[in-house]
Design a binder for this molecule. Structure first.
Ligand code: APR
Ligand code: MG
Length: 227
């Protein structure tokens, strides 16, 4: 696969390797990070693609400021992750991602499929012989809520996927509840770091805020009464 992608907009050779903010420069994020084209050299590796779907959301609840609606899902293995999955041999990565998202969360925005303009990063995991592509896709808030309503109708609902969740992006007054607490769930692979990278890339959270939330989430030991 070379030259322009389907939209004719971005030559795949020019897909950039993202700048990783200092607070997320950890081995799980930086090891095997390479360009999309470079990863294609690992011909015998399997490929997977996942996407962070988000929508702008203004306003606040009693608990804090919304900032955005960000979608993750509960997987069959009890961990949180992003919709997506294995690309079939010979299948275009973006086609495979849209297919997986239709199966897993009823992704039905035929007028707004994931495209190469949503591409964010590629990470090669040599131990698993896997190439992992990550996309970040912005939709409208109406599209987001319609995706949430569709999820229980998806083919894989109750099998591979046990529902979508919205990520709480605020930190409550006790300095732990909200996003710091959410980050103490179990996540598949590097999904937790991908969530924070997506928040950084979309300017939903600043680097200082990400630093702060990582610190607060690590203060879990201060006691369950923090809920
Ligand atoms: N970061 C890193 N790795 C990830 C992430 C992530 N955010 N999300 C998933 N992976 C890894 C998983 O560990 C898995 O090995 O990518 C691989 C494929 O992703 P899945 O979404 O799990 O693949 P999917 O095609 O949806 O499911 C395939 O996997 O274990 C089997 O039987 C299970 O039917 C399922 C199959
Ligand atoms: Mg999957």
């Amino acid at each position: 696969m070379s030259g322009a992608n389907k939209t004719g907009v971005i030559p795949l050779e020019e897909l950039p390797v993202p700048q990783i903010p200092k607070c997320l420069q950890m081995r799980t994020v930086t090891t095997g990070l390479m360009s999309y084209v470079e990863a294609k050299n690992f011909k015998e590796y399997r490929e997977a693609a996942h996407a962070c779907i988000w929508a702008p959301q203004e306003g606040r609840s009693n608990f804090g400021e919304f900032r955005a609606a960000v979608m993750m899902h509960l997987r069959f293995d009890g961990t949180f992750g992003f919709p997506g999955g294995l690309i079939k041999p010979g299948e275009d990565v973006v086609d495979g991602l849209n297919r997986e998202m239709a199966e897993e969360i009823g992704w039905s925005l035929t007028d707004h499929p994931v495209t190469w303009t949503d591409y964010y990063s590629t990470q090669v995991e040599h131990s698993k012989k896997m190439i992992l592509h990550f996309f970040i896709t912005r939709v409208t808030f109406d599209q987001f809520t319609s995706l949430e309503r569709n999820c229980p109708l998806a083919l894989e609902y109750g099998i591979e996927v046990f529902g979508t969740v919205r990520v709480p992006l605020y930190t409550m007054r006790n300095m732990y509840s909200g996003l710091p607490a959410f980050l103490n769930n179990k996540f598949i692979g590097t999904a937790k770091q991908q969530l924070l990278l997506a928040m950084y890339h979309t300017n939903i959270l600043t680097e200082a805020e990400i630093n702060d939330v990582i610190y607060k989430s690590q203060n879990l030991k201060l006691g369950p009464s923090r809920f």
